[in-house]
Design a protein. Structure first.
Ligand code: MTE
Length: 328
């Protein structure tokens, strides 16, 4: 996704430390802290509770939620220590190789957290996240996730259908799109101090896409409240679209008449569009989308149209391919 030239000192991904090596490095660091404590060196044996620690989440009692078996996978679930340390969350930086994203995101306080519901709705309001989560039917779904950068994972998300939230928000008939916005807090998200990107992170879907059975708001992962790097306390999951459509750490949901312009579309409209449906036959201007690297198994897999969810979503786009760029 990075819209910049690689400086001469920067390693290409292929030359970086192999994943297994840096994963074990992180485990060693954790074990080191425990050992130091045991030796009386004054360091805590377990990580000190940070404001973002999911163990302190006030909705923890709702997990694990019952799995909905209608959503199955054709590949193994990606281990948590891999998916939780390979995150795109540009507000917290872009150095996935050194785990900075997960570590820095953990400093973000998860409460108080409110979501503003506004625009074309019966009544605009700001609702506490716990009141939303407790009003929704939580369930677990196994979803594939395909990033536009040609890597993929498979994750057990917990959350609720976007359609349930639409009923809760009570939009008016003029609402055609749902626009979602991430927090702005440069005190905890260091990259928001740099004006490389036009914060806040924004993206959106049509009302019809939001009503589709697959459109899912995520609150948890691996049977517990989601750690911050996944986009706690509320993020979107649209498994048939490239991952950049799945806005993280949402603070505002607006029902609007006009098509929202997402952050990536604002930054580089030639490469990232509104629809962003997965399609192996439509290359990104700078790389092929024909295959993807599964970050769990390391395997290269052929990419599937609509990421394999065509049966559920292709009808949303019937007859639109002549006028719309559905796959970028
Ligand atoms: N949301 C925000 N607010 N900021 C981001 O940088 N990155 C997007 C999406 N949502 C992003 C975001 C991209 S490019 C992808 S691939 C997914 O989040 C990554 O989700 P994951 O880290 O859970 O894999």
């Amino acid at each position: 996704m990075l819209i910049r030239r690689r400086p001469s000192w920067e390693l290409p991904e292929s030359a970086a430390t192999p994943e297994a090596v840096y994963l074990s490095r992180r485990h060693l660091l954790g074990a080191g802290a425990g050992l130091a404590a045991a030796l009386g060196l004054g360091l805590p044996a377990v990580a000190a509770p940070t404001p973002g620690n999911p163990d302190l989440d006030p909705t923890k009692d709702l997990y694990p939620a019952k799995r909905n078996d209608a959503f199955t996978l054709d590949r193994p679930v990606t281990p948590e220590d891999i998916s939780g340390n390979y995150n795109n969350f540009y507000e917290f930086g872009s150095d996935r190789r050194n785990y900075q994203v997960a570590d820095i995101a953990e400093r973000m306080p998860r409460r108080p957290w409110t979501v503003k519901i506004d625009g074309l709705v019966e009544k605009e309001r700001e609702v506490g996240i716990d009141d939303i989560i407790r009003a929704m039917p939580l369930e677990e779904r196994l979803y594939r996730h395909r990033c536009v950068e040609a890597w993929s994972m498979a994750v057990p998300w917990t959350g609720f259908p976007v359609r349930e939230f639409i009923a809760f928000a009570k939009p008016l008939s003029g609402a055609k799109y749902i626009r979602m916005e991430t927090f702005v807090n440069p005190a905890v998200a260091p990259a928001q101090n740099r004006f490389i990107y036009p914060w806040p992170y924004v993206d959106g879907v049509t009302m019809a896409e939001g009503m589709n059975d697959l459109a899912f708001f995520v609150t948890g992962v691996y049977g517990k409240p989601a750690p911050n790097q996944y986009g706690a306390p509320l993020r979107l999951a649209l498994p048939w679209k490239y991952g950049f459509k799945s806005v993280k750490s949402i603070v505002r949901i607006s029902f609007v008449a006009d098509r929202p312009v997402g952050l990536w579309e604002q930054v580089q409209g030639r490469e990232y569009g509104f629809w962003a449906n997965v399609n192996p036959e439509v290359p990104h201007p700078r790389w092929s989308q024909a295959s993807e690297r599964d970050i769990g198994t390391g395997e290269r897999r052929p990419t599937l149209i609509y990421n394999g969810y065509g049966e559920q979503v292709a009808s949303l786009y019937a007859g639109m391919d002549k006028t719309e760029k559905l796959f970028m």
